[in-house]
Design a protein around this ligand. Structure first.
Ligand SMILES: Cc1ncc(COP(=O)(O)O)c(C=O)c1O
Length: 355
């Protein structure tokens, strides 16, 4: 049997996400927090895991964790839905609101899971290039909304990988014009402190995504969807019953209860981001784009692909985009611990100042 004919061509064309970590000593490729849990919090998590029942399924509604997250964010529990990372929530949103051939719109470049989710569901991903300063292109987006009636619009705020927050008034206008769902993906909110959360009362077609991944819990895979309770109730029908495993439910709850011990790590990352920005700006032949997230997009006049190889040879892993037409020669670097950033800057400097 030729099983290959059973796979849709758009899936055959996709590449699976893999990362070669061999020989890597500094990982700045995935926008994780560079800081491990404080020891006292780690011990509390381990103690809580002792009593977790491994032979039972987890709470399908993750009620205890949702309560803690609701209080932490300041929203009602019935406005929340949790996912196995926001990656899963993106898939669930596209499943709930998309239809075969229906348009899923996003600016480009952006977080690639929006495209992959739409593609794998047989929907029509529709990317519109950002402006030269990485803002939303108007009137192009408004025209596309009027012409194509997208079922879902994804906006990463701040945008991954460009690092900036799009103009607020443009997003407001998109919310007013769109008759489909508008998703504000605020994965990097802890670093930008900019949010559309207060707009939820005004727009019942707005969904907000957050995640615990960027603030020290990437290994737990907990994503957060916030929306109008009636909408959340519909999306909840699509969610697999046990999508957040028992260990993650327990660990995330305990860690968030200790939030005052975690929060200073975010302030450290933000301060280090601003220091790293100033430092990168002094490197010749390097363009660094300003960022309100925990990473920077870099462009090296000496060639991004060669810089990536150079950093890899020094044991520093950063993100590259060899297959993306707009990002071919660009790299994305996550803000690491100060010593890691120092090593990164020195390595980039060595490469960029070669004759
Ligand atoms: C904009 C954006 N959304 C969502 C995610 C995925 O987050 P999670 O780890 O919760 O799946 C990322 C991760 O890089 C991201 O950059």
């Amino acid at each position: 049997m030729d099983w290959k004919t059973l796979i849709r061509p758009e899936i055959v064309q996709l590449k699976a996400y893999t990362v070669d970590r061999k020989g890597v000593r500094i990982r700045l490729n995935a926008n994780e927090s560079p800081y491990p849990l404080p020891e006292s919090v780690r011990r509390r998590v381990l103690a809580a895991l002792e009593t977790t029942e491994f032979h039972r399924y987890p709470d399908p509604e993750a009620k205890a964790l949702r309560e803690v997250i609701g209080e932490w964010i300041g929203v009602a529990e019935n406005a929340l839905l949790l996912g196995n990372g926001s990656d899963e929530l993106i898939q669930i949103i596209a499943t709930t609101f998309g239809e075969e051939g229906g348009v899923v719109l996003f600016p480009e470049p952006t977080f690639e899971v929006y495209r992959i989710a739409a593609l794998t569901l047989g929907e029509r991903p529709y990317g519109i290039p950002l402006t030269d300063d990485w803002d939303l292109p108007f009137p192009e987006i408004l025209e596309a909304i009027r012409r194509l009636h997208p079922r879902v619009i994804f906006l990463s705020y701040p945008n991954n990988p460009t690092g900036n927050c799009f103009t607020r008034e443009k997003i407001e206008q998109i919310l007013q014009e769109s008759s489909g769902i508008v998703v504000l993906d605020e994965a990097y909110f802890p670093f930008s402190q900019k949010t559309f959360l207060p707009s939820l009362g005004q727009y019942d077609h707005l969904l907000i995504l957050r995640t615990l991944s960027k603030i020290g819990m990437a290994g737990l895979r907990v994503g957060i969807l916030i929306g109008h309770p009636a909408l959340v109730a519909e999306i909840n029908k699509v969610r697999a019953p046990y999508n957040v495993n028992a260990l993650s439910q327990v660990a995330a709850r305990v860690i968030l209860e200790e939030w005052p011990l975690i929060e200073p790590q975010i302030a450290q990352i933000v301060a280090e981001r601003d220091r790293l920005y100033r430092k990168l700006q002094t490197i010749p032949h390097l363009t660094v784009y300003p960022s309100e997230a925990n990473f920077f997009l870099l462009q090296c006049a000496r060639g991004g692909a060669a810089l990536w190889e150079h950093l890899m040879a020094e044991g520093i892993l950063v993100r590259r985009y060899p297959d993306h037409p707009m990002l071919k020669e660009m790299l994305r670097v996550t803000v690491g611990q100060p010593e890691e950033n120092e090593v990164l800057c020195q390595a980039i400097h060595r490469f960029c100042s070669q004759e």
